[in-house]
Design a protein around this ligand. Structure first.
Ligand code: SN0
Length: 315
């Protein structure tokens, strides 16, 4: 594996899920990363991603360097040919090239702007790191996808499913502010790659890009979508068509136990952080069917398996 930015970077996604479960169950630590350094670069906040990736790297014997780019680095310029007589101090060309000299692998978190659809869709920041750092790059959530979260989600489904092809429902949930489409995009493309029966439900105006959802059933009626669901993944996202906007929604989309009565005692998933009693109710989150902590735990094994693969194939 040369890089890990989407499911397309993985030759066999189902095999990767199985490998991660094997890592979790049999080889929690190894020395394959000894004398190798990973740089974790954060342009945005992080809790699980930061701690689970650091732990994963340590489990493989790697050294970890962490840089909170916005607070601690120089202000970076991303425009080709920019005349840098303003606020930006250092061009990504130079900064990424230097980081590539210090680190064997770079892992980067860079959210979408939610204001410039074209730039976000082109995943400009992470792609410039890939271009200029010249070392394997791992996405810690980019402007389009969150593949380590999705891999952890697939591990969690694999561990808890009771049938070969469970009904998996991704439901939109309310939020107070514009949120990236990234987690939903990524979950959809991984669930489809793992050949699950995927239904996506959301109010009109919240359609995701077909690039990620082709092959899923789109259902505007949340109750119909939840019928017989085995897994329900709850997530807010802002409008994609009216890019980055929070559109008014009449009906109540917050997930409650009452709404889940039509499901097949569905297991509940959310990537966290979650706005309790806005996206879903306390009773659902704190119920026995909630898998949110299992997902968070599996973030370590998702990251560890990806780093192991990169170490095996690049060094
Ligand atoms: C991010 C997102 O892409 O949904 C990160 C999830 C791992 N979530 C948020 O930005 C939530 C922020 C909030 O105020 O609730």
């Amino acid at each position: 594996m040369k890089k890990f930015t989407s499911v397309q970077d993985v030759a066999d996604p189902k095999a990767l899920v199985d490998e991660a479960i094997a890592v979790k169950n049999s080889e929690k630590t190894s020395a394959i990363g000894k004398n190798k350094t990973i740089g974790l670069l954060f342009f945005n906040s992080s809790l699980r991603t930061r701690m689970s990736t650091q732990k994963a790297a340590q489990n493989l014997g790697m050294e970890v360097m962490i840089l909170n780019v916005n607070n601690d680095g120089w202000a970076l310029e991303f425009e080709e040919g920019a005349v840098m007589n303003g606020k930006t101090v250092e061009h990504i060309k130079d900064a990424a090239a230097v980081m590539g000299l210090y680190c064997d692998i770079l892992a980067i978190r860079c959210f979408p702007s939610l204001t410039n659809k074209e730039e976000d869709s082109a995943d400009k920041i992470i792609n410039q790191f890939i271009q200029y750092a010249k070392v394997p790059v791992v996405s810690l959530e980019s402007a389009t996808r969150h593949p380590l979260q999705s891999l952890a989600d697939m591990i969690t489904i694999q561990e808890h499913k009771t049938k070969e092809k469970p009904k998996v429902v991704l439901t939109w949930a309310p939020h107070i502010k514009p949120i990236p489409h990234v987690v939903a995009n990524s979950f959809a493309e991984w669930a489809l790659a793992c050949e699950y029966d995927l239904t996506i439900t959301h109010p009109e105006g919240y359609e995701l890009s077909e690039e990620f959802t082709k092959g899923a059933t789109i259902e505007y009626d949340q109750e119909k979508a939840l019928q017989d669901a085995d897994f329900v993944y709850v997530k807010n996202w802002s409008s994609y068509t009216d890019y980055g906007k929070v559109l008014p929604v009449e009906e109540d989309w917050m997930l409650t136990n009452e709404k889940l009565k039509v499901s097949n005692s569905a297991k509940i998933m959310h990537c966290l952080p979650v706005r309790r009693n806005v996206e879903l109710s306390d009773e659902v989150l704190d119920s026995e069917n909630s898998l949110v902590l299992k997902q968070a735990e599996n973030r370590v094994y998702a990251a560890q398996t990806v780093l192991k693969k990169i170490l095996e194939t690049n060094f």
